[in-house]
Design a protein around this ligand. Sequence first.
Ligand code: MAN
Ligand code: CA
Length: 401
Amino acid sequence: MTVIQTNLSADRSARLLRAASEDVQRSLLKLTSGNQFANPANPSTEAIMASRHRGSIRRLQVGRENLTNALSFSQTQEGFLEQAAKALSRMGELALRAMDVTMGDQQSGGDERRFELVTGNFSWTQAKSDAENRGGKLACIKSAEDQSSVEAVMQGGSYWIGGTDEITEGQWKWVDGEAMSFENWAAGEPNDVAGGENALQIYASGKWNDLPAINTTLSGYVIEFGSEDSSVPAHESEYSALAAFVESLGSKAFNQVSLFAGQTMQVSRDEESHSLQTRGIDLAAATYSSTYTPDSEGYFLRGSAQAHARLLQVKGAIEQLQQDRATVGAFAKGIDLADRMLTQSTDMLKQTLGRLTDVNIAEESTRFARDQILRQTATAMLAQANIMPQSVLRLVDLERS
Ligand code: MAN
Ligand code: CA
């Protein structure tokens, strides 16, 4: 707007117009943005408070992100620790079983073969794997001497022993793979009734009969220990697999952060640098590593002394694991609580911020309308003043009204 400087009335009118235009502009900005402080050039106390509130809300949000990450971390830890608990519990069972088996070994004084009766209802297939779980195998009768040793442990029933022709019908072998040379069949046996008898039974008389390997149960079987062609017993290999699994958990990570390397966890939750802290879980600690570290020859459960020591180590690890899981659980709870508090604070701040900044539409619209009228009037005044410098009095009058 061009202003004729010498015309005082025009000058004053121009100023009025500028002010009125600015007010209209401001109102328009507020109304369109919905924000009370849309004009940053003119911060009020409320505007400063609002900006502080916004800052706090941002920091709280960062705090909440930290907490969310920490919670996921803890939950991942717990998931793995649960698996570790299952593995350790099974390792304990295996160590216990190995103690039973190997104690028997020591009683018999070493390498000698030895037969024992195991009672209980088994099919031949079940008896075979049960014997293996005990670190032995179904009895293989390879001589008259073996035959009488087996008969000596029997208790008046008929039992399973380790013969089978399941690979080729009619070709009987022992479970260690050796072909049968000594035989003690009952008269007319093996008769392979209905083409389905592939497993070896020893009658109370000591004579042999073929029976189905599955779906037929006897009240026990004769197990054979000793003079193993040093094949690794089932409990040893199962323990070894579980040990490797527990050990492997130690190197698990979450977002590249090691889960179980024992470092202290710290999460800052707000701007006052309040932080939650918890001790680390260390799966490499001796309490755990003793359960998954084999002896110098790679064995875990060789001999009853070793099995017994292993059992104690597993017990210790299980106790430690219970404490560790409690620690992780407590930390997760703390995080959850802190997160709830932060959510509440954020909500409250947001409400306050809303009260501070939200535009009162009714009030502002009225102001907008008034300012617009003033501006139109001022425009008209300026136009008049520019043309008629002599009508000063009328202009002043108009201004007063
Ligand atoms: C009888 C005989 C055996 C056979 C059994 C099956 O005892 O025929 O040869 O294995 O029945 O139950
Ligand atoms: Ca038969």
